[in-house]
Ligand binder design. Structure first.
Ligand code: NAD
Ligand code: MG
Length: 385
């Protein structure tokens, strides 16, 4: 029996690499459902190649084009957010890879957890927005959540065989992004073109901007808290520009375990698919004749304020991370449309954190309301900037 995988966001960076893994292990995995938001031509090509049972296009105006292009094939074609939320619960689905970007991942992920489909979690925003709620839902339903984010996959791999051994610290590595050595003066004038040129990873636009601003690392600190049950003060960030050590765990006896590999997301994707097994992979290996210099630096939160804001949100808890996520999504979109400067993003996020209504124990409905309120405040702040 092949594992049936639903990929939410199959046309993106993670989605297309997941399809490469499925192709390399076609004897083990099958794409049961493929979904995209806008890129209908890519989705059509993927559907013709992988022959899933179901395809969903988020953008309803592209539905007819998709339907007609696949009319000769026995593939069910749906559109809209509701369809996305439903297909994850289809009976034959074994695993849902959440590879869409942003807050939009929350509802389908909740549905998949309720339907007891193992989650391969790439969409970190889901845990940033509602980590407590997601963990509780996963616990009640007994649904495993397996990390795809490279740092968290590294931690997860380090924890294998360590059941019952207390974690002293989780050490997340960060590349530092394209602006690692920039001064504040230089950061004030960087362009989106510069920010979109990540030195080590080829990713979607939103996470690439988050990496340049280090909000991505802040989100990963939150993600680590919920995935591994550690306190914020047990999560450390260290800048490691080579991106060869993907993260580390320090145990009570002082031993540190690390997972190393080339910066290639297909490995963590494949590990989530095959866990607890490891499969042969054709990806490039580390060559220690050329990889001779692994270096470490402390992150600078005065230049990269988003990292400090993320820690603050984590300490304050409640709906504060949800507020930060919503403000950040608005800011990144504005930066990509030249409506906001790079450093302006931290100002708007901070202002939104001050103005949005704080809720200590949010329900799902509170998160929905918080997301809407924080987006409105961030938009207004940008307009009045
Ligand atoms: P991407 O922009 O390349 O792709 C996003 C995918 O999601 C596309 O298929 C798009 O059609 C779909 N999508 C976008 N908005 C949607 C919506 N509102 N509803 C439904 N589908 C939607 O992004 P990516 O780089 O592949 O990142 C995806 C997720 O994985 C993000 O949460 C990101 O933080 C996380 N992640 C990515 C990487 C990476 O290397 N790219 C690494 C770690 C984590
Ligand atoms: Mg990561």
């Amino acid at each position: 029996m092949k594992k049936q995988i639903a990929i939410l966001g199959s046309t993106g960076s993670i989605g297309t690499q997941a399809l490469q893994v499925i192709e390399e292990h076609a004897d083990l995995y099958e794409a049961y459902a493929l979904t995209a938001n806008n890129r209908v031509d890519e989705l059509i090509a993927q559907a013709r190649k992988f022959m899933p049972e179901i395809v969903v296009i988020g953008n309803e105006s592209k539905y007819l084009q998709l339907k007609e292009a696949l009319a000769d094939l026995p593939i069910k074609v749906y559109t809209g957010e509701e369809a996305l939320c439903q297909i994850v619960a289809e009976q034959p689905v074994d695993m849902v890879l959440t590879a869409m970007v942003g807050y939009a991942g929350l509802r389908p992920t909740m549905n998949a957890i309720r339907a007891r489909k193992t989650i391969a979690l790439a969409n970190k925003e889901t845990l940033v927005v509602a980590g407590e709620l997601i963990n509780e839902l996963a616990r009640v339903n007994g649904t495993p959540i397996l990390p795809v984010d490279s740092e968290h996959s590294a931690v997860f791999q380090c924890l294998t065989g360590e059941v019952g051994n207390a974690i002293e610290k989780v050490i997340l590595t960060a590349s530092g992004g394209p602006f690692r050595t920039f001064t504040r003066e230089q950061l004030a004038t960087v362009t989106k073109e510069q920010a979109l040129r990540h030195p080590n990873w080829n990713m979607g636009a939103k996470i690439t901007i988050d990496s340049a601003s280090m909000m991505n690392k802040g989100f990963e600190v939150m993600e680590a808290k919920w995935l591994f049950g550690v306190r914020p003060d047990q999560i450390e960030v260290v800048v490691h520009p080579q991106s060869v050590i993907h993260s580390m765990v320090q145990f009570e006896d002082g031993a540190v375990k690390a997972q190393l590999g080339m910066p290639d997301m297909r490995l963590p994707i494949q590990y989530a698919f095959s866990y607890p097994d490891r499969l042969h992979a054709s990806f490039p290996r580390i060559d220690f004749r050329t990889c001779t210099n692994l270096t470490f630096e402390q992150p600078d939160t005065s230049r990269f304020r988003n990292l400090a804001l993320a820690y603050e949100a984590l300490h304050r808890g409640g709906n504060m991370p949800c507020i930060v996520n919503a403000a950040n999504e608005v800011c990144v979109a504005a930066f990509l449309h030249d409506r906001l400067s790079f450093l302006g993003m931290s100002d708007i996020i901070e202002r939104t954190m001050q103005r949005a209504s704080f809720i200590r124990k949010p329900s799902y409905e509170d998160y929905v309301a918080t997301d809407a309120e924080a987006r409105r405040i961030a938009e207004e702040s940008i307009a009045n900037n």
